[in-house]
Design a protein around this ligand. Structure first.
Ligand code: FPP
Length: 250
């Protein structure tokens, strides 16, 4: 695969996070069951992971299943779990060959035992890989993540191992699921499927992310669309609260 001419390979976002939305609607518009959309969505996952690896992205976080998704019909939840398990089993050899490290964020205790077991095996087998970190958000919710962090910090205050005045941004970040990622905060957050909201995704970590909302449904979000999102990112100025002149004089 050659480098796309659309963007500068030297300034690729280090961490890209994606809300993969639109599988169900894409399938229903074709008079197919929602699960068919998720199946084609897995093919998009394969293509996007491959692009991210080739273009030098360091961390790719994919919102594969939210805490709210448990409320979907049992058949759809079961279908998504089966797809996830099949994906992990079929991709392991590719991950090893391409030095991809699999990690996950979320309340994975809630996942069915067989899926959790394949997930843990895949993470263990790829733990030594030094290329792209493929970080799956599974049974993930930003609010739950913050509640868990607050509880851990409060317990330390309660047993007097932490002074309340020492609670700062770094301490909170250190208690989030993303603490051990090489780049815990996404530079670019993409949402496919035409909606413009965060849906409880990386609420703390996305504070300074550039956000790209696209109408393209996830099954059709392929290489060119991904390259366009990166190109769009590169045309923005990240000011972090400063003025444009301050940024330019750096
Ligand atoms: C949102 O589309 C998508 C999901 C809830 C699941 C995403 C899952 C996959 C792409 C496949 C499995 C993942 C991996 C990593 C192998 P939606 O169903 O909410 O679409 P809609 O808004 O059109 O209903």
């Amino acid at each position: 695969m050659t480098a796309p001419s659309k963007f500068d390979l030297e300034r690729v976002p280090r961490h890209i996070a994606i809300i993969m939305d639109g599988n169900g609607r894409w399938a229903q518009r074709r008079n197919r069951p929602r699960l068919y959309g998720h199946k084609v969505g897995v093919e998009t996952v394969q293509e996007i992971v491959e692009c991210a690896r080739e273009w030098g992205v360091k961390v790719l976080t994919l919102y594969a299943f939210s805490t709210e998704n448990w409320k979907r019909p049992e058949e759809e939840v079961g279908g998504l779990m089966s797809l996830l398990k099949a994906y992990l089993l079929s991709e392991l050899s590719k991950m090893l060959k391409n030095s991809i490290r699999l990690t996950c964020i979320g309340n994975i205790e809630k996942l069915p035992g067989d899926v959790r077991s394949v997930l843990q095996t895949t993470m263990a087998e790829t733990a030594g890989n030094e290329g792209l970190v493929l970080n799956l958000a599974l049974s993930y919710g930003g609010r739950l993540e913050l509640i868990q962090a607050v509880k851990k910090i409060a317990a330390r205050v309660q047993d007097n191992t932490l002074d309340i005045d020492d609670i700062d941004e770094e301490l909170i970040a250190d208690n989030l699921y993303t603490a051990s990622l090489p780049y815990p905060e996404p530079d670019l957050l993409i949402r496919t499927g035409g909606e413009a909201r965060l849906s409880n995704f990386l609420l703390w970590q996305a504070s300074y992310a550039e956000i790209c909302f696209t109408d393209i449904m996830w099954p059709e979000f392929r290489r060119d669309a991904f390259a366009s999102a990166i190109s769009d990112f590169q045309n923005r100025e990240r000011r972090y609260g400063k003025t444009s002149a301050q940024i330019k004089s750096r």
